[in-house]
Design a protein around this ligand. Structure first.
Ligand code: SF4
Length: 473
């Protein structure tokens, strides 16, 4: 069969400006496709166009909430042409029935077992309407269901099919090492989708795959320093210690980035994990710090991943110290903050930027988006706080789609635009670049830092110009 896997995107998306990363999900799905099929990839983030007149038999599309309308539009066009269309991704997890209106069948959960099963069922004329992987309730799904209750193991996975995309146009390759997250932050659906138990890919398989990558890659692990609730389990720490020790020996060495918290600073093995990660080439970390207030830490649930025993134990001084410790290892800290928790005020935006300035954190300050599939979305929906009738396109950066008790949507939009514009003034960009160079005297690292920040500056300026201010329509 001829198969096309589509990763939807649109011109507003920031990927191209901020340093494009090879997309993980479509390259992995392509790798899971048995050899007898002819598979191609379309990455719309990078400007690929969809050819609706192609002679493909099967189309698979990743659906993420802010791009769901686009994904459904593509799916409908192919359905009208008689193609078999399969939808999967985080949005189908939250709204399987909605997705089914635009698909031959919908996949819910991880694709390792589901995708090969779908491809077997097509020639046998035995397609089900839903393919589910994981311990999810399926009894209310309206139609036939294939249900693999166990989540897949991550051993012996094929290497991602990076060869199907022009690699030269990506700033970074990508890879993943673990799946699952025990933290259950209230704004994030990852724990529900991938489970609270962490599954690891075998170290030798990760190292073998990294040795095929270009000079830079992004590791899509949920926390590359391990997870706070389980850090005291020696075997969990050992995974990261062994992995980074081996990656540090790999030649040529690659520079890499990933997501991680600050908690590793607080325990002995964690410090060693940090040092080895830095030695293995880790040059920047996307740290989900979420809030500089105890109330924000409570409402986001982020205190767990920052390794506080409770939200009340949150200490902003400690957060600063931990950031500095990580920076001194030569790892640039990109701080992700969500503003819009109930006690947040207009000053919270400014204070958060001041905090980033003081610590030399590269700021990513966003207004909260209650994302479907998350606990916050369900709660706000029950409380009637989600603005009704908003298209899925507005569930993303720059938009305000819920009612805050103190701030209006207009105010939050303006403040968000203000801090992200100021946060990327040329003066600040240069200052942070110099700091990155001081911590790790490497021209390549300084260049990465500078150009990534320049990309963020451009992307956000475009974004706030293009998105209509709430109430201005
Ligand atoms: S935000 Fe990060 S730490 Fe929190 S649940 Fe999601 S993946 Fe886990």
């Amino acid at each position: 069969m001829k198969i096309t896997i589509i990763f939807p995107g649109r011109s507003l998306e920031t990927a191209r400006s901020t340093g494009a990363v090879m997309p993980l999900a479509p390259c992995l799905l392509a790798a899971l496709t048995p050899k007898e099929h002819n598979v191609s990839l379309v990455d719309m983030f990078m400007g690929d166009r969809v050819n609706y007149e192609s002679d493909v038999d099967v189309v698979a599309i990743t659906v993420r909430t802010p791009l769901a309308t686009i994904a459904y539009g593509i799916a409908d066009q192919f359905l009208r042409r008689g193609k078999k269309v399969f939808l999967g991704g985080p949005h189908t997890f939250a709204f399987p029935e909605e997705a089914k209106q635009h698909a031959t069948a919908v996949a819910i959960g991880e694709g390792e077992d589901l995708w090969p099963q779908i491809l077997k069922d097509i020639p046998n004329n035995d397609l089900k309407q839903f393919y589910v992987c994981g311990p999810f309730p399926v009894q209310n799904l309206p139609g036939t269901v294939h249900h693999a209750k166990q989540r897949p193991g991550l051993e012996k996975l094929p290497f991602m099919r990076r060869d199907l995309l022009p690699r030269g146009r990506y700033m970074m390759d990508s890879i993943f090492t673990t799946r699952g997250c025990p933290n259950h932050c209230r704004f994030c659906p990852v724990t529900d989708i991938f489970g609270g138990k962490i599954r690891h890919r075998p170290i030798d398989e990760v190292v073998a795959e990294v040795s095929t990558l270009g000079p830079r890659y992004y590791n899509f692990d949920d926390s590359v320093f391990g997870h706070p609730q389980i850090v005291d389990r020696p075997e969990e720490n050992q995974y990261y210690l062994d992995l980074y020790r081996e990656l540090a020996e790999l030649r040529p060495q690659r520079r890499w980035s990933g997501a991680g918290g600050l908690s590793a600073v607080d325990y002995k093995d964690g410090r060693r994990i940090l040092e080895l990660a830095a030695e293995s080439g880790l040059s920047s970390i996307a740290a989900g710090l979420e809030s500089i207030s105890p109330q924000g830490q409570t409402q986001s649930g982020a205190w767990r991943k920052l390794h506080y025993t409770s939200a009340n134990a949150f200490d902003v001084q400690k957060m600063k110290e931990n950031v500095r410790t990580i920076q001194k290892l030569g790892i640039e800290v990109r701080g992700f903050f969500v503003i819009g928790w109930d006690e947040d005020t207009p000053e919270t935006y400014r204070k958060t930027l001041d905090f980033c300035d003081e610590c030399g954190i590269t700021p990513f300050i966003f207004t909260l988006t209650p994302m479907p599939g998350s606990q916050i979305y369900r709660e706000y929906l029950d409380q009637g706080r989600i603005f009704p009738g908003r298209p899925w396109d507005e569930y993303g950066t720059g938009h305000v789609i819920y009612r805050h008790p103190i701030m209006s949507a207009e105010e939050m939009f303006d403040l968000d635009a203000e801090v992200m514009t100021e946060g990327y003034s040329m003066g600040r960009i240069l200052k942070r670049t110099v700091q990155a160079f001081r911590h790790r005297p490497s021209l390549d690292v300084a260049k990465d830092s500078f150009f990534t920040q320049l990309g963020v500056r451009k992307a956000y300026r475009q974004l706030y110009e293009q998105i209509p201010r709430p109430g201005s329509a």
